[in-house]
Design a binder for this molecule. Sequence first.
Ligand code: NDP
Length: 331
Amino acid sequence: MRWGLIGASTIASEHMIGAMRAAGGEVASVLSSSADRAESYAAEHDIPVGVTDLDALLDGDIDAVYISTTNEKHFAQAMAAIAAGKHVLCEKPLAMTVADAATMVRAAADAGLTFGTNHHLRNAGSHLAMRDLVQSGRIGDVLSVRVFHAVHLPPHLQGWRIDNPEAGGGVIPDIVVHDADTVRFHLGEDPAEVVAMQTASGLGQGVEDSVMSVWAMPSGVQVLTHESFTHRFASSGFEVHGTKGSIVAKNVMTQRPVGEITLRTEAGEEAVPFETHNLYARSLGLFHDAANGKGRPSADGVDGVKSLAVAAAVAKAAKSGQRTPVDYLGV
Ligand code: NDP
């Protein structure tokens, strides 16, 4: 798989270029809006071609693009890549609106192209192990889920995320989408309705940096979530509580293969072992297979539309103070 990178981003640099190569892919080219940056980024990461023109990147010898520009650019870049016949792995949130995301995903499906959303958490050994416990009935019927994803945004990422709503800044588009995807992954159902409150608690300038929300699942399961950029000392966590047991996982809402999982039942507490593979390399491996006609990406386009629909409902509920249904636009 020959990849073109759309966006000379931090996430590509810190995780995705290595993951593409680890999964047997080649990074053929990179697009930046700045010629100097295209050149320096290409040189730093040993990428043969750096360009500033999207058509030039798409005309090159590549099979797929990875889109990791700021969020307002994803839609037009994905549509251009699909029109050029390239498979697309797109960063979350897929677009600024659910309608745009749905359009991208339908366009890729109509063109017979593979479309993936880069939701890393469902690739974590920790979440795979937890999902196995849930789905094998070890905790009985699920009653509730609690998601603790209030973290501290590292200084080098305190740019557009904290002050630029036009670029898709704010903790809701940034983190709620991941939590929505992870909850859907564990429960196998889509949130139906949400309530939420948001605030700016030290970092957000014109955007929210913290939000708490409650989601109603169609089965009756309740979900409680907390996302923030400003919590220096709160560890992340994910809990699933059932009629026969509870799964309590600490430090698992992260890009790294770390954390601890405890299963608590009438028999007592036990530590749950899990695989510690690289999350992004697993995702890339599944994407390569899907593009070659085997299986599906770990999170596909529909998953990306649905996670964005939940985030959009949380944003709407936080602004209106009303219970808000999640509108998946029929996807
Ligand atoms: P960055 O701010 O690092 O990159 C976004 C854009 O900013 C780049 O495309 C680049 O523009 C420009 N840029 C980056 N660094 C510099 C710099 N040093 N000087 C000048 N311009 C710079 O964003 P992230 O990598 O944090 O996020 C990009 C996308 O990836 C977002 O959609 C985000 O939501 C998603 N993301 C997903 C994660 C996941 O785990 N799935 C984790 C982190 C981010 P240009 O390309 O024009 O040079």
